[in-house]
Ligand binder design. Structure first.
Ligand SMILES: [Zn+2]
Length: 133
């Protein structure tokens, strides 16, 4: 197994308890301040965290988890899709504009309201060919 690289964090220390109260990139494990309203210092301190073997997560990241982590950055352009079944759909109009909204049931049975006017939205049929095993 490859060792995790060391990470450089930006740490803001709390003006009350002097402990770390804000970390960039966010990492709850590195936040020590328990103040109700922390007072972060104005300038962060650069801290390099070594990932010692015993601090390694219990399980190695799967390729899929690693892929998702790499995407988890503000500003990353992504396309979010999931498959589901149309449970309901309705047309609406309020005099100025009109649209078509959907309720989609995902495989876990949950219902998601989809605003048909959402910019960048694309809904397409899953063909029989695709759903064949
Ligand atoms: Zn504090």
């Amino acid at each position: 197994m490859k060792a995790l690289p060391e990470t450089t964090l930006l740490v803001w220390y709390c003006g009350r308890c002097r402990k770390s109260c804000k970390v960039q990139p966010p990492d709850p494990e590195q936040v020590a301040c328990k103040c109700d309203s922390p007072v972060p210092g104005l300038r962060p301190t650069r801290v390099t965290v070594m990932h010692a073997p015993k601090q390694r997560p219990m399980h190695a990241l799967s390729d899929e988890e690693a892929r998702l982590r790499a995407l988890a950055r503000k500003g990353t352009r992504v396309r979010v899709t999931f498959e589901g079944e149309i449970a309901d759909a309705w047309e609406w109009s309020n005099g100025i504009s009109r649209g078509l909204d959907f309720v989609v049931t995902s495989p876990d049975g949950r219902r998601h309201t989809v605003n048909g006017k959402q910019p960048g939205l694309r809904i397409e049929a899953i063909t029989d060919e695709e759903s064949a095993p």
